[in-house]
Design a protein around this ligand. Structure first.
Ligand SMILES: Cc1cc2nc3c(=O)[nH]c(=O)nc-3n(C[C@H](O)[C@H](O)[C@H](O)COP(=O)(O)OP(=O)(O)OC[C@H]3O[C@@H](n4cnc5c(N)ncnc54)[C@H](O)[C@@H]3O)c2cc1C
Length: 385
């Protein structure tokens, strides 16, 4: 199938891709838009993947608008279940599993891949990670009838899954090489409160060690830790981070670093190739969260519609979805110089990250202290001016 008429082509159908299309259509109802995605294209909210279990939601129930309805509403030519294998920047075409598609402008909204740990053992291949609807469907299939789940990683996604699983009645072990939960986001005292709340809910943490191997054992699994202990379990879920998908762009000669490098118009080093969402590195920053990608998608849509715009990021706190304890965090920018000033009360922790001259650069709030979110958010500087 060849599509000879060049159009705006968007690769991906996650929140970034669909938000670009929705925002673009508000400004331009005429120009043809083609959306190519290797998945179904169904519209869903990815953050729900880590808190849908306790509310009993299946993968199908997480779809808020099916792909065909999205395509019709937004007047998009949708090529679903279609993988983009290569970009020919000189010919302005992408090579897909259903043939070449020409573009006049190309938007990469290809997301990020879960990081896979190099695990040993005859069941290493059974380790799951949940990063999209089909992963979630498989996860639900594997935990059906299971009792014990081991989560590798005590970061944001690992803690959210641990809370969701324990609330749904599973015995949950969490393994992390650090000394605390949410180590990249929270100062020690705040992290300790999260651990205490999750332990009270029934989660068992194993800090200061890593998963080394996963073996079949007695009809179930066993995770061998680097400290020599073994955890019998039924399902292993890895949540050790995400890595932006850069390979397509890199092979096309687009400049990539940790992500696809783009400027404040979301424009890459190649004319007419853009990147947005988890795959993009904007001004040296990777911000794999919903709020930043919404801001970026709006800016990109306006730029594509001919407006003179420049991406700004306001302060964008992230709410950690752990019902066992409320947590809101607005981490300081990577490399920001300063220190955490922590006030710990019995029911909450207020942590302010301040520069040497006393300016607020970030915060972390736990428990009842989360009521201060709005006030502290106002006091924060923009992430990108
Ligand atoms: C479990 C979980 C919980 C989260 N919770 C929160 C939260 O509470 N708050 C928050 O702010 N953020 C949260 N996040 C992060 C947030 O969900 C992501 O930042 C966001 O959804 C990323 O959207 P995206 O469109 O950039 O990428 P994705 O949703 O990953 O979409 C990428 C798309 O590209 C397609 N694709 C990739 N390569 C190709 C190719 N070669 N050809 C064709 N198609 C391709 C894929 O099929 C997919 O459709 C969470 C993430 C996870 C995994």
């Amino acid at each position: 199938m060849v599509h000879p008429t060049p159009s705006l082509v968007i690769v991906g159908s996650g929140l970034a891709a669909w938000t670009v299309v929705r925002e673009f259509r508000k400004l331009d109802k005429q120009s043809p838009v083609t959306l190519i995605t290797r998945d179904s294209g169904d519209y869903y909210s990815k953050p729900m993947l880590s808190n849908a279990l306790a509310s009993g939601k299946s993968a199908a129930q997480l779809v808020s608008t099916p792909a065909a309805a999205m395509a019709e509403q937004l007047d998009v030519r949708l090529l679903a279940q279609t993988e983009v294998a290569a970009i020919d920047a000189a010919a302005r075409a992408v090579h897909t599993s259903s043939g070449p598609v020409s573009y006049n402008r190309l938007v990469l909204a290809t997301g990020a891949d879960p990081v896979r740990l190099p695990l040993q053992g005859d069941a290493a291949g059974q380790v799951l990670s949940v990063n999209d609807l089909s992963d979630y469907a498989l996860f639900r299939e594997r935990i059906a009838g299971a009792k014990r789940v081991t989560v590798i990683g005590a970061g944001l996604i690992g803690c959210e899954f641990a809370n969701d699983l324990v609330s749904a009645g599973y015995a949950v072990d969490v393994i992390d090489p650090g000394a605390q939960a949410l180590g990249r986001l929270l100062p020690v005292v705040a992290g300790e409160r999260v651990v205490t709340a999750l332990v009270e809910a029934g989660v068992r943490f194993h800090f200061g060690t890593t998963a080394h191997a996963v073996h079949q054992q007695d009809g179930a699994l066993a995770v061998t830790l680097a400290n020599g202990h073994a955890l019998p379990t039924d399902v292993v879920l890895s949540a050790v981070g995400l890595r932006p998908r850069t390979a397509l762009a890199q092979a096309a000669g687009v400049h990539t670093a940790r992500g696809i490098v783009v400027n404040r118009q979301l424009q890459s080093s190649q004319p007419d190739i853009y990147a947005v969402g988890d795959c993009a590195e904007v001004d040296g920053q990777l911000l794999p969260f919903v709020m930043p990608l919404m801001q970026a998608a709006r800016t990109l849509a306006a730029h594509l519609a001919g407006q003179d715009v420049r991406l700004r990021y306001p302060a964008m706190p992230v709410v950690v979805k752990t019902p066992a304890i409320a947590v809101v965090v607005a981490p300081p920018s990577a490399g920001a110089a300063g220190e955490w000033l922590v006030a710990a009360e019995p029911d909450g922790v207020t942590a302010r990250f301040v520069s040497t001259d006393g300016a607020l650069l970030g915060f972390a709030l736990v428990g009842t202290a989360t009521s201060q979110k709005a006030a502290l958010q106002k006091a924060l500087p923009n992430v990108l001016e």
